[in-house]
Write a protein that binds this ligand. Structure first.
Ligand code: ATP
Ligand code: MG
Length: 154
């Protein structure tokens, strides 16, 4: 069973399935940072949640954890942002503007199925990839707070 728990950045234990509550953007970034420590070469992360729910904010924490000085920006107008992550790359993709019917026409496999790590906003556009190994990070607004569910789909 998933557990609801207050976010304590000293003690986040992201196991196979967990739900976290964050009260501020910084807490969401901290959760992203902690989550980054679980990512391995080749991992794909589906970021789900409504407009403004915090997908990019969460990604900022992941990017920071890999030692990037730059700040992850909302990539709504740029399809892919690229960051260096030790000896591999971190790709932050935003598929918002793509239709599910065209998403596979842009060479997206090159990002997904590689030794790199991909974080994908609006991953619901990626019809056909549901059964691939991936992490699911689902963000819901609950007033000023965010409920963030992290699970590994094997
Ligand atoms: N607990 C919280 N966690 C994350 N963001 C929060 C939180 N509380 C408030 N916010 C605010 O919500 C907004 C989240 O924006 P962000 O760009 O991360 O969302 P997004 O899901 O990437 O949106 P889009 O779908 O447009 O790309 C920011 O303005 C942020 O300051
Ligand atoms: Mg975004």
């Amino acid at each position: 069973m998933a557990k609801n728990r207050e976010l304590n950045t000293q003690d986040i234990n992201i196991s196979k399935k967990n739900i976290f509550i964050t009260k501020t953007p910084q807490e969401t970034r901290n959760l992203g940072k902690k989550f980054a420590s679980m990512l391995k070469s080749g991992d794909i992360v589906f970021l789900k949640g409504d407009l403004g729910s915090g997908k990019t904010t969460f990604t900022q924490g992941v990017v920071k954890a890999f030692g990037n000085k730059g700040f992850a920006r909302s990539s709504s107008f740029i399809l892919v942002n690229e960051y260096n992550a030790n000896n591999l790359k971190l790709f932050h993709l935003d598929l918002y503007r793509l239709k599910p019917s065209t998403v596979w026409n842009i060479g997206i496999e090159e990002y997904l199925y590689s030794k790199n790590i991909s974080l994908i906003e609006w991953a619901d556009r990626l019809v056909g990839a549901e059964n691939d190994n991936h992490w699911n990070v689902e963000i819901n607004d609950i007033g000023s707070e965010r409920k963030i569910k992290i699970e590994k789909k094997k």
